[in-house]
Write a protein that binds this ligand. Structure first.
Ligand code: PLP
Length: 407
């Protein structure tokens, strides 16, 4: 019989690249009693989160908050800006880029999928020059949008969005730029306005340290203008009515009250630490994680150091070792969840999440679990990754962590 034991002793290590662990401060904030979503207190909460979230996207434009997972915000981005039969240029960075393309097809768009062949494209970032060349060839401007994933959660590759913007401008092409930073927001540097992004899609369960359940569209003036003539059917996702009601802190439907309490707390935590410090902390943990993988003698899924993800590291297992078997061993022996290999990478890699509410010792425990599990699964390790990461974290100064001096 299935044993329903959801809470073994000690804490579960949730080291998947999202949902990430939810800190106590946020859990407590979410436990406030649910209030009237048409009352005055709610309006104040609504205005606070709608204003605060713009700082995270680095935009002065509206950010729409949906009570949905990130997939809903993907659909919102497409359905608000495009019309049936429109050509969209999408770039294959991995599993999530592939799913977004499938959605575009299902909605009646005509996606063109650019990318490097085989798994090579899943080991590198978006090639902006290929996008530029394709847009230059489109002299009739049939392509209405370029869609890219900023942080590809299936591989651990963070693409250069500013370079994609430059490519579109260099080609003199009017296509909209739609970007998925569902797993990049509040972990990796992101600048909606400065990078000229038209719609940024994101979600709650990664860098914002919230449970799954809310998602976002940050929208530029050009995207808002496009939404006036876009013909794809939409109702729940339609921006105009939401933006109108958001002006006073409300939504046209029942919003996700307790998750918005959580978002309010998350914004306080992130802005207290400072976005740059948050990014530096992620970079530091990612560097230590990669040091461990390299010491083990295993390959990092991302083959281009210029686009290593600060959010997660993809670890390729040696020929003949099923990565899911390694994950299973680690889960059963050490109560730790790691990300599975998705799509083309099924069984060939596992993913270590080091995002959100994480610090040096969280990472060290995670790497210890990985190292023990790899050995148990019969993987011959070149050296101790735990020791390599410890050396690196012990050596470096810690500009990102401001700790009170010991008395
Ligand atoms: N895009 C990326 C990059 C993701 O990482 C995910 C989920 O992990 C999604 C889209 C889909 O989001 P959701 O599962 O919240 O619907």
């Amino acid at each position: 019989m299935l044993k329903l034991d959801f809470h073994p002793a000690g804490r579960h290590f949730l080291q998947i690249p999202g949902p990430s662990p939810v800190p106590d401060r946020i859990l407590r904030a979410m436990s406030y009693p649910t209030i009237d979503h048409r009352g005055p207190e709610f309006g104040a909460l609504g205005l606070k989160v709608l204003t605060g979230i713009r700082k995270i996207f680095k935009t002065s434009q509206p950010v729409i908050i949906y009570p949905s997972s990130g997939t809903g915000a993907w659909e919102a981005a497409l359905s608000n800006t495009l019309s049936p039969g429109d050509t969209v240029l999408m770039y294959e960075t991995g599993h999530f880029a592939t799913l977004w393309k499938k959605m575009a097809e299902a909605l009646g768009l005509q996606p063109e999928f650019l990318g490097l062949p085989g798994i090579e494209g899943w080991r590198r970032g978006v090639q902006a020059d290929a996008i530029e060349a394709r847009l230059r060839a489109d002299s009739a401007h049939a392509i209405k949008a370029v869609c890219v994933v900023h942080n590809e959660t299936s591989t651990g590759v963070t693409s250069d969005i500013a370079a994609v913007r430059k490519a579109i401008d260099a080609a003199g092409h009017p296509a909209l730029l739609l970007v998925d930073t569902i797993s990049g927001l509040a972990s990796a540097d992101y600048r909606h306005d400065e990078w000229g992004v038209d719609v940024t899609v994101s979600g709650s369960q990664k860098g914002l340290m919230l449970p799954p359940g809310i998602s976002f569209n940050a929208v530029s003036k050009k995207a808002l203008a496009a939404s006036q003539s876009a013909k794809l059917p939409r109702s729940f996702w339609a921006w105009d009515e939401i933006i109108e009601m958001n002006k006073s802190g409300y939504w046209p439907y029942t919003p996700n009250t307790n998750l918005l309490y959580g978002l309010s707390e998350s914004l306080d935590m992130i802005l207290e630490e400072g976005l740059d410090n948050v990014f530096a902390r992620h970079q530091r943990l990612a560097a230590a994680c990669r040091a461990a993988v390299t010491a083990w003698g295993l390959d990092i899924q991302c083959a281009d150091p210029a686009v290593y993800s600060p959010v997660l590291t993809g670890v390729m297992t040696p020929e003949g070792i099923d990565a899911d078997q390694v994950r299973k061993t680690i889960y059963e022996r050490f109560d730790m969840s790691l990300g599975t290999g998705l799509g083309k990478m099924k069984g060939r890699m596992f993913r270590i999440g080091h995002l959100g509410d994480a610090n040096d010792l969280t990472l060290m425990a995670t790497l210890a679990g990985c190292e023990m599990g790899l050995k148990l699964a019969g993987v011959k390790l070149a050296a101790s990754g735990v020791a390599a990461a410890m050396d690196l974290l012990g050596e470096q100064r810690i500009p990102a962590l401001k700790m009170a001096a010991a008395a």
